[in-house]
Design a protein around this ligand. Structure first.
Ligand code: IPM
Ligand code: SF4
Length: 737
């Protein structure tokens, strides 16, 4: 039978299948694995405990980004201790330095001129390529899909699985295409496009889908703009986002340090040109967006879908149809300290943050600088704001300084910082003070995201620069600015010397080996029948920052995280959070009436904190996909029921009625009431009922993995870097920022 037309996602998926298990899940080979300090300590520790090694160090690249301070570093840094003063951040950074040394992983550390946010350095160095599968213990791995790659975030247990086997077990997602066509109006940038898309389809609109972005607008975008769009696919609930590779992609990648060279490039490009979706290929979902409908936008609430044009006003919750959305909007306005009907341009801001893996690249800084320049050579940021520009990588910082962008920012009163995640997550010294309002180019505006009780408005770099000059949310069209389109020739990467040649780095002043994994991690747990108190939760889109905020992610173990569970809600003014009230302080089950439970980041800490509290089952209308996988990895059962049934169960729970969740019969029992049936996909059900070490199970397929690697080495040899890892030289060498 003639081959059916395929989507780009179908093609990359098919090219990476090692085996398919009895439940139809694919064991997918991982071409590129990016690692950072937050989601990896426990994974490496798990390898150590099991006496395992990293299967493909040459396909693995680590950097440090979440914990690093971004204050100007000026004089040389002798060692981590002199730079990272927070003890937990220091321990996490040292754990990574120890792990890359022990397991032979290439590493862009703080002394390396290529250090930066993991999703900025991968593309910048040519580590990210079209046609690859790319994973990282980070939800914004979707960024790399901009190159026509299948790139997605995973949890720490899956990081361990990939390190040990170079594969990951995946259920194939549906195909979704979003076409954006027409001419973008003045002042509209890639960030406005993705915010508009999220507003249209909602934060769960992409659930169970991989999105291909297409249409004339996407085709006309630079690689940086495509990365901004793909980056926030996770905020639309999608598994991944992709843009078909084209001349723009090839021009961006050519001569990047880790990109293939010479005839390897020729062969690679020939393959890449076959990836685009076939005419007639079937998409399960199609969305058509008219560019003319998009305006320079900002968010007003605490979800990335809460978007309005800058010319709009703060919405009235009463105008929303669904009761859940009405209550979420009311909660959001209260948190944000906003009044319905207020003009967005009347809202004063305290902080400006330009940076993050969404908008911290050279093109983003050029865009912001163009607005600042248009304000006039003597113009200064408003006296009421603190404004910071944080390059996404050290290479971006150097490129911006070569172009004099730092001079424009500093002259106007912006702080010019070093590379890191910075105030996007506030897991370092750059966090937003309680009650302060920030115009931010990052990707999440969840409650407490940038700092406890901080208030975040998402927007493009140009809009953030405009807000800086006026001291309030501002329509960037008030500035007549001309952006210099990012030209590939000026955006060349750092010196094209072999990036994995012996690189100055430094050995931590002392090596911290995380405490050995507690024994129970090695003996897999099972889930069969659970009887216990259920706690009701009435929160829409309960995100992972709400489940466990950033300060608890600094741990290098998996235990003791109940103290961080719903921390902000349990330490706010109200202090009567459901889990602090008997009998719910002994809850074993959580019943959420809100959909998309666990949306947001890939922090497995969310599952660890629930488990540490004693919760072994969460019932909700729907779940964030990475969160659902993280629960499975920790033997927590997630049960999806329709919203009405969840509401009924919440009322029962409110009355303190115990529930019995029987996975064997797939029924929920309540005293004196008919059982409620549920379904769990057969793989998850088997996994939970029998409990098995998924790495040990996969390692039974080692032969199949080796056969796949042999085929891959022949068919896509450009992916075989063939390099062993760098040898990290003792510290004390020349430091080149
Ligand atoms: C720390 C990491 C697990 C997390 C993520 O997965 O996204 C972080 O990058 C974030 O943005 O919240
Ligand atoms: S979203 Fe923020 S915290 Fe997460 S990787 Fe990107 S810059 Fe870092």
């Amino acid at each position: 039978m003639a081959d059916l037309p395929k989507t780009m996602y179908d093609k990359i998926w098919n090219d990476h299948i090692v085996t398919t298990n009895e439940n139809g899940l694919g064991l997918i080979y991982v071409d590129r694995h990016l690692v950072h300090e937050v989601s990896s300590p426990q994974a490496f520790d798990g390898l150590r405990a099991a006496g395992r090694t990293v299967r493909r160090p040459d396909c693995t690249l680590a950097t440090v980004d979440h914990n690093v301070p971004t204050a100007p570093r000026g004089a040389r840094v002798r060692d981590l201790r002199s730079l990272v003063t927070d003890p937990e951040s220091y321990a996490q950074c040292v754990a990574l330095e120890t792990n890359v040394k022990d397991f032979g992983i290439s590493y862009f550390g703080l002394q390396d001129k290529r250090q930066g946010i993991v999703h900025v350095i991968g593309p910048e160095q040519g580590f990210t390529l079209p046609g690859i599968t790319c994973v990282c213990g980070d939800s914004h791995t979707s960024t790399h899909g901009a190159f026509g790659a299948l790139a997605f975030g995973i949890g720490t247990s899956e990081v361990e699985h990939v390190l040990a086997t170079q594969t990951i077990l995946q259920k194939k997602s549906k195909n979704m295409r979003i076409n954006v066509d027409g001419e973008l109006p003045e002042g509209v940038h890639a960030k406005d496009v993705i915010l508009y898309i999220i507003q249209v389809i909602g934060t769960s609109g992409g659930n169970d889908c991989v999105i291909e972005y297409a249409g004339s607008v996407i085709r006309g975008f630079s690689m940086e703009a495509r990365m901004s769009v793909c980056n926030m696919s996770i905020e639309a609930g999608a598994r991944a986002g992709m843009v078909a590779p084209d001349e723009t992609t090839y021009a961006y990648l050519k001569n990047r340090p880790l990109a293939p060279k010479g005839d390897a490039w020729e062969r690679a490009e020939a393959y890449w040109r076959t990836l685009k979706t076939d005419d007639g290929a079937k998409f399960d979902v199609q969305v058509n967006i008219a560019a003319a409908d998009i305006a320079p936008s900002v968010t007003w609430g605490t979800s990335p879908q809460d978007v309005v044009p800058i010319t709009g006003t703060v919405p009235d919750p009463a105008t929303f149809t669904s009761p859940e959305v009405r209550s979420a909007a009311t909660r959001a306005l209260e948190y944000m300290g906003l009044v319905s009907g207020t003009l967005m341009e009347e809202i004063a801001v305290d902080n400006i943050f330009i940076g993050s893996c969404t908008n911290g690249r050279i093109e983003d800084l050029r865009s912001a600088a163009a607005v600042v320049r248009a304000a006039g050579a003597d113009a200064k940021v408003a006296s009421t704001v603190t404004a910071m520009v944080v390059p996404g990588s050290s290479a971006v910082k150097r490129k911006a300084e070569e172009e004099g962008l730092d001079v424009i920012f500093k002259r106007a009163g912006f702080q010019w910082r070093e590379a890191g995640c910075s105030m996007c997550i506030g897991m370092n010294e750059d966090s937003l003070e309680p009650g302060k309002r920030c115009a931010s180019t990052s990707n999440r505006n969840f409650e407490g995201r940038q700092g406890f009780n901080g208030r975040t408005h998402l927007m493009s770099p140009a809009m953030a620069a405009a807000a800086a000059m006026y001291g309030k949310l501002t329509d960037v069209r008030r500035f007549h600015y001309k952006e210099t389109q990012s030209r590939v020739d000026v955006d060349t990467p750092p010196a094209a010397d072999d990036p994995v040649a012996e690189e100055e780095s430094f050995i931590p002043s002392h090596t911290i080996h995380p405490p050995p994994v507690s024994a129970d991690k090695t003996s897999p747990k099972v889930f069969r029948v659970l009887k216990g108190i259920a706690a009701p939760l009435y929160i829409e889109n309960c995100d992972t920052d709400m489940i466990i905020p950033k300060q608890f992610l600094k741990t290098i173990t998996r235990t003791g995280l109940a103290r961080g569970l719903f921390y902000n809600l349990r330490n706010g003014e109200s202090r009567d959070f459901i889990l602090d009230r008997p009998p719910f302080d002994k809850a074993a089950i959580l019943v959420s009436t809100g959909k998309n439970f666990g949306c947001g980041s890939s922090r497995e800490h969310a599952a660890w904190s629930l488990e540490d509290f004693g919760i072994r089952c969460v019932i909700a209308p729907s779940f964030g996909e990475i969160f659902r996988n993280n629960c499975l990895q920790n033997c927590l059962l997630t049960v999806e029921l329709n919203a009405e049934t969840c509401r009924v169960l919440a009322v029962d729970a409110e009355a303190g009625i115990e529930l019995t969740v029987d996975l064997e019969k797939e029924e929920i029992h309540r005293l004196g009431k008919p059982p409620i049936p549920f379904t769990t996909d057969p793989f998850r059900r088997g996994y939970l009922l029998n409990g098995f070490d998924n790495i040990a199970t996969t390692l039974r397929d080692t032969d199949a993995i080796a056969v796949y690697e042999g085929r891959r080495a022949k068919q896509r040899s450009w992916l075989e870097s063939g390099r062993q890892k760098i040898t990290i030289k003792p510290s004390g060498g020349k430091v080149d920022w």
